[in-house]
Design a protein around this ligand. Structure first.
Ligand code: F6P
Length: 354
């Protein structure tokens, strides 16, 4: 039986995502209802080492934040405490603050850190968030729906200018090593080509699709590409001088201009996908994950991540989430849909009706 709970801590780590504040609210209201104290750690775990970096969270503090984008606690995706020597300090400080359970809200990086902290004796509950939707064992992460919705709106807007000019438009979206955002927004935005990291592409196949469309009088083409997409036998494109993904849309636009002789433009939606007010779906998901985290703590669960599986909340050991990314599986339903409606995925040897 787990020790009785008096005080829990919560932090948000990694890239921010719409829906994080709903999660914080779900945790705080549920915990306060049970008579627990809640402290918030600012900027990942950094706040533990700064004056004013740890704050008392109560009903008043989380009022009216469900619709607000970003995270009221701040976050960071720099500096892994297990690489910069801070891990023991975090454990000591959490003990000093008499934290019974640490609620770590994050993607796979933050939950990997949470898992390692749990191995050092910190009781941890992991809560998913990421626009990338790439956490193992859970149906959907808060942030993804908002990102897909906004990307789709942007694709819709780009269609009119692209058709007016008879151009190729290449639209780059985030997603790290996975293609969830590209696939979902590409299908919803009626893109003609969608390129994702899980399916290395052949640029000649893409060029052929553009030319086939032109031959039928459709002189424009919309191409959605995930930032982590790569050509067959090639590597990801990174921002010059860094390890950050970015720039694949420019590369593809330039190659297609050469191969097709048509004019091409590119747009990288970048951090716009992380901004703005969360969709209703992400608000609900955030609140649900947050309140399920409190329920799990009350039930004595420790060192697990709250997951939704076929709509049901379950607990998955952190060890099974750490250091993994959920790729779009080959038998994914959205992939099947894309193929069924004739979206080109840049695959060799797949002849589909354009
Ligand atoms: O993981 C979320 C994410 O937005 C990825 O899609 C993207 O590759 C990365 O974060 C960007 O991080 P940064 O904010 O450091 O540029």
């Amino acid at each position: 039986m787990a020790e009785p709970v008096r005080r829990i801590a919560i932090n948000t780590g990694g890239g921010d995502a719409p829906g994080l504040n709903a999660t914080i609210r779900g945790v705080v209201l549920g915990a306060v209802d049970r008579g627990w104290e809640v402290i918030g750690i600012r900027d990942g775990y950094d706040g533990l080492f700064h004056e004013d970096g740890v704050i008392e969270l109560d009903r008043d503090f989380v009022r009216d934040i469900t619709a607000v984008g970003g995270t009221i606690l701040g976050t960071t995706n720099r500096g892994n405490p297990f690489e910069n020597g801070q891990a023991d300090g975090i454990v000591a400080r959490l003990r000093q603050l008499k934290v019974d359970v640490m609620v770590a809200v994050g993607g796979d990086g933050s939950l990997t850190i949470g898992h390692k902290l749990s191995q050092l004796g910190v009781p941890v509950i992991g809560v998913p968030k990421t626009i990338d939707n790439d956490l193992e064992h859970t149906d959907q992460t808060p942030g993804f729906d908002t990102a897909v919705g906004f990307a789709t709106e942007c694709i819709d807007r780009l269609v009119s200018t692209t058709t007016s000019h008879d151009r190729i438009m290449v639209i780059e979206v985030m997603g790290r090593t996975t293609g969830w955002i590209a696939l979902y927004s590409g299908i919803a935005g009626a893109a003609h080509v969608v390129l994702i990291p899980e399916i290395p592409y052949d640029i000649n196949v893409v060029a052929r699709r553009v030319m086939e469309r032109a031959a039928r009088g459709q002189d424009y083409s919309i191409i959605v590409v995930a930032e982590g997409a790569k050509p067959i036998g090639g590597t990801e494109t990174v921002v010059e001088g860094t390890k950050r993904l970015g720039g694949i849309s420019q590369r593809i636009a330039e190659e297609l201009e050469t191969l097709t002789g048509k004019e091409a433009r590119y747009t990288n939606l970048g951090h716009l996908l992380r901004g703005g007010s969360p969709s209703a779906t992400d608000r609900l998901l955030g609140l649900r994950y947050g309140s399920e985290a409190v329920r799990a703590i009350a039930d004595g669960k420790r060192n697990v991540m709250i997951a939704l599986q076929r709509g049901e909340a379950v607990c998955v050991p952190l060890a099974e989430v750490a250091n993994r990314a959920r790729l779009v599986p080959a038998d994914d339903g959205a992939l099947r849909t894309a193929r069924a409606i004739g979206v080109c995925l840049g695959e060799q040897g797949v002849e589909i009706e354009p």
